[in-house]
Design a protein around this ligand. Sequence first.
Ligand SMILES: Cc1cc2nc3c(=O)[nH]c(=O)nc-3n(C[C@H](O)[C@H](O)[C@H](O)COP(=O)(O)O)c2cc1C
Length: 156
Amino acid sequence: MNLAIVYTSKTGNTEELVSFLKDLFFKKKITVQLFRIEQFPLQDLTAFDGIIIGTYTWGDGEIPAEMLALYRAFETENVEHIATGVVGTGDSFYPHFCGAVDAFRDMLYVHSQLAVTLKVEISLETKDLDRCRRFVELFLKRTTGFVKKELLRTIL
Ligand SMILES: Cc1cc2nc3c(=O)[nH]c(=O)nc-3n(C[C@H](O)[C@H](O)[C@H](O)COP(=O)(O)O)c2cc1C
């Protein structure tokens, strides 16, 4: 499986979260490529089997500007086969907590095989570690189930 985590992070919270998720995949012997959004080869988007998006939230519940091209690519390209997940950090002081996660979630639900989402309050704390483990388990469970179904379709 060709899996990637694509993320953005201004002050490091989301970066810490996605690095932890990557380690959890690694412990399960699953290789996941980690890309900062600026390094992600957007032209190869449809070649991935699974993509997890990591984002903070900006402005009034908004998607950070650097993530908009990725958002539009998912909206317009043939990504129906891609299993997706969304994670993010935010601050519940703001009226729309992790608004960027919600925006990606709603769009990915329509265009891709959305498996699971996760929101973290500012930065990882002990209470979040189990939620991260659960995220990885659910992502893999739903992703492999979906990939198997796709393979079957191709074979039949
Ligand atoms: C100007 C500004 C606007 C923000 N707006 C929101 C918001 O609407 N909703 C939210 O949940 N968090 C908001 N945040 C909080 C950040 O998303 C949060 O601190 C996040 O953990 C930063 O992630 P990073 O360390 O990966 O950059 C805002 C922060 C700043 C500085």
